[in-house]
Design a protein around this ligand. Structure first.
Ligand SMILES: [Zn+2]
Length: 236
């Protein structure tokens, strides 16, 4: 199976090849805070990408593929206050002080944690996630100036990505797009269990992917004492 499998051999619903179709694991979950996933048009990880699965699994979520949108209002199709929307910023925190041990932190343009965290998070109506590799996510960030008016959110995932050794390309400490959505929504809802209700189709995808390919070299599987992989992973 290869990433350039013919498109007629792709499940129309989950966009996976038949061997990796996860439709039977999809059980849509109610999410109070809306999710908008912006997917870079060159995002090509058909096999392990999770944006499509995320919008299947979340009742209040949309996936948009493109490079730029004129405004948040045009993107979501209604007049909204950008201050009530957060963009999951994929960079590492450039804060002068360590971030508080909380899953989501609102930072200002300088990357410093803002004072009124709880109020801002409680007021969020939606979150935006950028789907693609690091360069693609950065391109989306810079091409959509309206994002600067939104809240900037830093996610500290509660655990290493379930991708484990399946994703080898180094890229910051990150998780898949669906994991980022799940952990963010769980944090906003103050409901840790919510993440585990969102992730089953992703876990099914990984099971199938592991079954479909031989085990990689053992070195990839080594983990640090904290349970986090030593090799950084790539966000999708
Ligand atoms: Zn499917």
């Amino acid at each position: 199976m290869s990433a350039d499998a013919p498109t007629d051999d792709i499940c129309k619903t989950c966009e996976k090849p038949p061997a990796l179709c996860v439709c039977d694991a999809v059980t849509p979950v109610d999410n109070h805070v809306a999710v908008v996933i912006l997917r870079h048009p060159q995002e090509q990880d058909r096999l392990l990408g999770t944006a499509r699965i995320a919008v299947l699994q979340l009742k209040n979520a949309v996936l948009k593929t493109g490079l730029s949108w004129p405004s948040l209002a045009r993107l979501v199709g209604q007049d909204v206050d950008p201050k009530r929307w957060g963009v999951l910023y994929l960079g590492t925190a450039k804060t002068s002080a360590p971030l508080a041990p909380r899953p989501l932190t609102v930072v200002d343009k300088a990357g410093e944690a803002m004072a009124d965290q709880d109020d801002i998070l409680a007021g969020l109506e939606g979150i935006i996630l950028l789907d693609g590799n690091w360069q693609q996510a950065k391109a989306l960030w810079w091409r959509n100036a309206w994002m600067l008016k939104c809240r900037r959110l830093l996610l500290q995932p509660p655990r290493a990505s379930y991708y484990g050794n399946l994703r080898k390309e180094p890229r910051g400490e990150s998780v898949s797009t669906i994991e980022a959505a799940a952990y963010s929504l769980a944090a906003l809802a103050h409901d840790e269990a919510l993440a585990e209700r969102i992730l089953p189709p992703f876990k099914r995808l990984l099971e199938k992917a592991r079954a479909a390919k031989p085990e990689p070299k053992r070195d990839y599987r080594r983990r640090g004492a904290d349970g986090k992989p030593r090799r950084p992973q790539r966000a999708r």
